[in-house]
Design a binder for this molecule. Structure first.
Ligand SMILES: NC(=O)c1ccc[n+]([C@@H]2O[C@H](COP(=O)([O-])OP(=O)(O)OC[C@H]3O[C@@H](n4cnc5c(N)ncnc54)[C@H](OP(=O)(O)O)[C@@H]3O)[C@@H](O)[C@H]2O)c1
Length: 326
């Protein structure tokens, strides 16, 4: 039995971990840590979780927890992830991994020091749709990549206390949404970018409502990435790759279980396909259990997580903004 402890009665926890755990006989959510005892108890009762702590650190010390799921705002990713690792608990940590690359490095150092898995919850990466995109690129179906374009937009209206609109908690569109397109282009490029330019729209000081950036990957391959959480943003998520022999795009790499389309255009002809799968979160939990059982290698976290945060920091600086937590 894999017994999971939740850090925070987070909105994302029911779809991302509680539902997938409920669908597996050998996985159970045993405990929750929530700052507010009554709210935590109500959340626990609703989801069939036996124990509630009001002290986040105490969760990691529990004997009935084997894995910590950290779904707190980014400002609490580093300290509590490190505390969990030091209490001998592997961690599944939500994106964005940390406030900045320095924190990400401290977290991965702790994982190395303790010899425990620290997996970044880039759920999309575990769905076979994105896996297929990576295989297609590696098979050379569009030749050598010559440019990339990726975006993720979804309206996140301002609300007092909303973490995405609160810089000290790790807010900002680039942190919350842009971390994905950066990860998409880095994953298919198989290398690390330099940031050429970046432009932010700040509707409130310190918070990028909209961000766009021009990146350059090894070999001079350009990539545009953008994200928007503006109130009038329509949901959209895409990755488009132009290669020497054609183009390949995926609409909705983020949540392919809600519908997606992979298109390959070569010699003027377009072929479209879909890759069946469960929810990204079910595949994520499969991956986590496989890593813990030694059946799979980690593909997120570690140097990948540090590199993603390094790109985020560099984009903030190129846009004239401070990386989070600095
Ligand atoms: N993988 C995905 O698809 C996905 C989707 C959405 C979000 N996320 C990530 O998951 C994490 C949580 O997102 P969410 O939307 O679930 O957030 P949320 O419900 O707004 O907040 C999560 C928890 O953080 C604590 N918290 C909230 N506001 C706080 C504040 N002002 N100060 C201190 N702590 C606060 C609360 O813990 P208590 O319960 O203890 O009060 C809350 O339950 C973020 O890192 C986010 O980027 C991932």
């Amino acid at each position: 039995m894999l017994r999971i402890g939740l850090l925070g009665a987070a909105k994302i926890a029911p779809p991302a971990i509680i539902g997938p755990a409920d669908d597996r006989a050998e996985v159970e959510i045993t405990a929750l840590a929530c700052r507010d005892a009554a709210r935590g108890r109500a959340f626990a009762d609703e989801h069939g979780i036996a124990s509630v702590e009001t002290d986040y650190e105490a969760l990691a010390r529990r004997d009935d927890v084997d894995l910590i799921y950290n779904a707190l705002p980014p400002v609490r990713h580093a300290d509590l992830t490190i505390a969990a690792l030091e209490a001998s608990k592997p961690v599944l940590c939500e994106k964005p991994f940390a406030m900045n690359a320095g924190e990400a490095r401290s977290m991965t150092d702790a994982a190395t020091r303790t010899g425990l898995p620290l997996i970044e919850a880039f759920h999309y990466r575990f769905h076979p749709a994105f896996g297929h995109v990576v295989e297609l690129v590696e098979s050379g179906v569009i030749g050598t990549i010559s440019s990339m374009d990726a975006a993720f937009n979804v309206a996140i209206p301002y609300r007092e206390g909303e973490l995405r609109h609160t810089a000290p908690l790790g807010g900002g569109a680039l942190m919350d949404l842009g971390c994905y397109p950066i990860h998409w282009v880095r994953t298919v490029a198989g290398g690390e970018p330099i940031i050429r330019t970046a432009t932010a729209r700040q509707d409130r000081p310190g918070i990028d409502t909209v961000m766009s950036a021009k990146l350059e990957f090894p070999g001079g391959v350009p990539a545009n990435i953008s994200c928007s959480m503006a109130e009038d943003a329509d949901f959209s998520a895409h990755l488009t790759l132009t290669g020497t022999d054609g183009t390949l795009s995926i609409l909705n790499p983020l949540a392919p279980h809600h519908g997606h389309k992979i298109s390959i255009t070569r010699n003027g002809e377009t072929e479209t396909l879909k890759v069946e799968g469960a929810t990204t979160y079910h595949h994520q939990l499969d991956h986590v259990t496989d890593v813990l059982a030694g059946r799979a290698q980690q593909i997120t976290g570690g140097e990948d997580a540090v590199a993603n945060m390094t790109a985020i920091d560099a984009i903030y600086m190129a846009a004239g903004m401070a990386p989070r937590g600095t």
